[in-house]
Design a protein around this ligand. Structure first.
Ligand SMILES: Cc1ncc(COP(=O)(O)OP(=O)(O)O)c(N)n1
Ligand SMILES: Cc1ncsc1CCOP(=O)(O)O
Ligand SMILES: [Mg+2]
Length: 222
């Protein structure tokens, strides 16, 4: 990959972020404590709390409780965006997008021993993510999604496969528009893990959907 180490990420840690599992498995992304509790009880071991655009003071309690819950279940709980609170309450990890990378104190996150996941949408963002040496790299959005407004087009399966092949040493996570039916073709691209929102939270029967996703992603031979 071409060396496109960005000059706006000057305060990078000297060593990589702490490792996480190569295969994180099913990775639900949810916005409430009750979803986290339900899904941990249903056997999910990697999960993200994604609350958008609230002042820190409004979300500190829920983030702290989510981190405690994650620890009680020995799960890998990533906090989206709120890296200061994740550091303060010693989360397992933090998830940051490209814009978040411009403002977050990556050294502080690293110094506190938190894992880091980074979003990417294209080759340039992938190069920037690799420069950060995070714990995992997310690739998306793969298909159209109703959950988040996306300025770019979905990358699709061909790009997903190509991107995954360029970063064989990183745990990879596919996200965006991944329904249960699409899981096999996404896994066939070589990606290690799959993150979903609506496949679980909008399912008619979330328990059944979660069980099926766990079976397809974590239990099926690949
Ligand atoms: C696993 C995973 N992948 C991508 C994202 C998106 O992060 P970001 O681009 O910062 O957008 P927001 O989620 O903050 O709106 C994610 N959260 N998780
Ligand atoms: C948070 C996020 N980042 C990229 S796509 C997405 C939303 C994925 O939600 P869904 O699985 O419902 O398409
Ligand atoms: Mg973000």
């Amino acid at each position: 990959m071409a060396d496109t180490t960005p000059n706006h990420l000057s305060a990078l840690p000297d060593t990589p972020f702490p490792p996480t599992e190569k295969k994180l498995g099913l990775y639900p992304v949810v916005d409430t404590l009750s979803w986290i509790e339900r899904l941990l009880n249903a056997g999910v071991t990697t999960i993200q709390l994604r609350i958008k655009d609230q002042p820190d003071i409004e979300v500190e309690d829920i983030i702290q409780q989510a981190i405690e819950l994650g620890k009680r279940f020995n799960a890998r709980l990533f906090i989206n965006d709120y890296w200061r609170l994740a550091v303060k309450h010693q989360a397992y990890g933090v998830h940051l997008g490209q814009e978040d990378l411009l403002t977050a104190d990556l050294r502080a996150i690293h110094q506190a021993g938190l894992r880091l996941g980074v979003s990417t949408h294209d080759d340039q963002e992938l190069a920037l993510a690799v420069a950060v040496r995070p714990s995992y790299i997310a690739l998306g959005h793969i298909f159209p999604t109703q959950t988040k407004d996306m300025p770019s087009a979905p990358q699709g399966l061909v790009e997903l496969k190509r991107h995954v092949a360029t970063i064989p040493d990183y745990p990879t996570v596919a996200i965006g528009g991944i329904s249960i039916d699409r899981v096999p073709e996404v896994l066939a691209c070589g990606v290690d893990s799959i993150a979903v929102v609506s496949a679980i939270t909008k399912a008619q029967d979330w328990r059944q959907a979660t069980a099926e996703l766990l079976r397809l992603i974590e239990h099926e031979e690949r």
